[in-house]
Design a protein around this ligand. Structure first.
Ligand SMILES: Cc1cc2nc3c(=O)[nH]c(=O)nc-3n(C[C@H](O)[C@H](O)[C@H](O)COP(=O)(O)O)c2cc1C
Length: 171
């Protein structure tokens, strides 16, 4: 698959087959995530890999009943570490850590697509409940729950938009 196919073919997949995802495959996705840029190369992000079906079900409840989190064989919770960025960048570090985590999440999704895996970035969840379930250290902020598995659906591309809505040329 070439890069354009990875970009254009990636879809949010919310239905998965029973086929397991190996630990090596998960590790390769996390390595891809870590290739993402980060402010000052501080990599102010961490990953919680949830295999446990009980915990995935609990995360699904924390995400207001989003079933794909319980249905996927793996959920990776990407966390930002604002304190890590903050030590060098002060208040601006808060924003950088969220960006570090988002950049990593994007690379994770694209790497999954490259391997033929489906994934879904899930941002709607109760942060306090997620923190408790994962027993997160206080310094970490969970930013995204990414469900990952072999796809059992091929969603159609969502409507795009005219680039002129988004792009501003300043000559
Ligand atoms: C910050 C962010 C939060 C999102 N949260 C959710 C979510 O809570 N549940 C969900 O099913 N999809 C979620 N998505 C996925 C979007 O719905 C999806 O990317 C969008 O509809 C475009 O579809 P596509 O990913 O197939 O291109 C989220 C995506 C982003 C970037």
């Amino acid at each position: 698959m070439n890069f354009k196919e990875v970009l254009e073919g990636r879809r949010s997949v919310r239905r998965y087959s029973d086929r397991p995802v190996s630990r090596d495959t998960i590790l390769s996705l996390l390595e891809a995530a870590e290739t993402a840029p980060s402010a000052g190369n501080l990599r102010a992000r961490e990953y919680y890999v949830v295999i446990s079906p009980e915990l995935r079900s609990a995360l699904s409840v924390a995400a207001f009943g989003q079933e794909h989190l319980a249905a996927a064989p793996v959920v990776v919770v990407v966390c930002a570490d604002p304190a890590r960025s903050g030590t060098r960048y002060g208040d601006r570090g808060q924003l950088y850590s969220i960006q570090d985590a988002a950049a990593a999440t994007t690379c994770l999704l694209l790497a999954a697509r490259d391997l033929g895996l489906g994934s879904c970035w899930t941002g709607a969840f109760d942060e306090m409940v997620a923190r408790d379930l994962l027993n997160l250290p206080r310094r970490l902020v969970p930013t995204a729950m990414v469900s990952i598995g072999w796809p059992d659906e091929r969603p159609a591309p969502p409507p795009g938009r005219d680039m002129t809505e988004a792009v501003h040329w300043i000559e």
